[in-house]
Design a protein around this ligand. Sequence first.
Ligand code: HEM
Length: 406
Amino acid sequence: MDMCPYVLDRSGSDLHGENKNLRARGPVTRVEVHGGYTAWAVTGYEEAKQLLVDPRIAKNTKDNWPAFREGKVPQDWELYTWVAMDNMQTRDGAEHDRLRKLVAQAFTSRQVAKSRPIIEGIVHRLLDDLATVPAGEVVDIKGRYFYPLSTILVCDLLGIPEEDQAALLRVAAVNAKTTNTAEESEAILHQWDSALVRMVEAKRREPGDDLTTVIIKASEDDQAPLTDAEVVGSVHLLIGGGTETTANVLCHTVVDLLTHPDQLAAILSGEASWEAAWDEEIRKDGAVGSMPFRCALDDIEIGGVTIAKGDLVLINYAAAGRDPARYGDTADEFDITRADKSNLSFGYGRHRCLGPALATMEAMVALPALFERFPDLRLAVPAAELKPAATFIFNGYAEVPLLLRG
Ligand code: HEM
C-alpha cells in the first residue's frame, strides 16, 4: 500500500509522540523533510540495526543522492550542511577509515582515562560557580553546567583557545536547530566555515599538543593528504558530535532521576549504580533523534517496503531506543533495573560513535558531583512543562530549570 509521506515536525516539539505515529505506519516508513524532500524513516530497532551494517547503504549522500549530485538542491536548503560537510560522517569505505583512524586513537578507553583530571577540574569549577547562585534562584542546568562541561572539554581536546570558543559554539548551537529559515541556514554555513577556517589557520601557524594539530599534520601528509575542507569538516564534526549530544543525555538523566526519587535514592545509597542510570538513559533518551542522511545504493527490501536506489534514509535512533518489539511494553519507562539496556543509541557498525568512553566518563564525574554538592536539587517546573530543543536531529531539552537548594 502506498501511503502519503508523513510530514516530519521540523521543530521536534514531541519526538516520542511523533515516533509513535511513525511506528504505527511500520518500522520503515516514508517521511517528508524540509523542502518537500522525502526520506525513509527507520523506527524499528531490528531494521535500524540491519541497515546500519548494510553495504547497500551509503553515508556519502553528496555523491549518491541524485538531486544533490545533479546540483538541484539549493545551498539555502535548511539541511544542506548535513549533506555537504566533509568528514567521516559523510564518507564510506576506505575514505571513511582514513578520516576516522586519524582521530580514533584519541578516544580509546586508555586515552580517555587521561581526561579524568581535566573533567574533574571543569566539573568543580562549574559547581563552585553554581554554588554562588542565591537560594531560590532558578538555574538552567543545561546552559550552566552540562553544556559548558561538554564544550570546554571538546575545545580542550581540540586546542581551541578560550577566546574563540564562544563564537564557534554559538554557530554550532544554531546549526543543531532544524527550525532555521533558508537565510539563516545559508548565513550559518558561511559563519561556521569562516570561524573554523580562522581557527585552523591560527593552529597551522602555532601548532599545539591537540587533536586539531593532529588533523592539520595529516593534511600535510605526502601519501594521502587531507583537503582543507576535510580538515575543517573534521573539527566541525568533533565539536558538533561531542557537545549537544552529551549535554542532552546528562539533562535527561537528571530529569528522570528527579522524577523517580526511589531510583535516585537507590543510587545514592549504593544499592544501584550511576552506570545503570546512564546506560538506561542512553537507551531511553539517547542524544540523537533522526540522523541525516544515508542513501540507498541499490533497491533494498526491508520492513515490508522497498527502499529504492537513490532514496534518502533517516535512522531514527530515538524511536529504536523505545521500540516495544525490542524492549516490551515498558519501553517508554525509565527503569535502571531493566535487565537488557543494550541499544543502538551510539550507532552501530562502521560509523559507531567515537565518543562513548568520553561521554560516559563525563557522566560518571558530573552526575555524582552535582547530586553531592546540591542534595536538595529539584525541578523548578513540572517535568511535563520542559521544552524540547527545536530540532528533530537531536533529542534534548531546550533548557532544564532547577532549584539547587531547598
Ligand atoms: C551521549 C553522548 C553521545 C551520543 C548518544 C552519541 C551518538 C552518536 C551516534 C548515534 C553516532 C552515529 C551517527 C550515524 O548514524 O552515523 C555518532 C557518531 C559520532 N560521534 Fe557520537 N555521540 C555522543 C558523544 C560523542 C562525543 C563525546 C564525541 C567526541 C568528542 C562524539 C563523536 C562522534 C563522531 C566523531 C562520530 C562519527 C563516527 C563515524 O562516522 O565514523 N560523540 N555519535
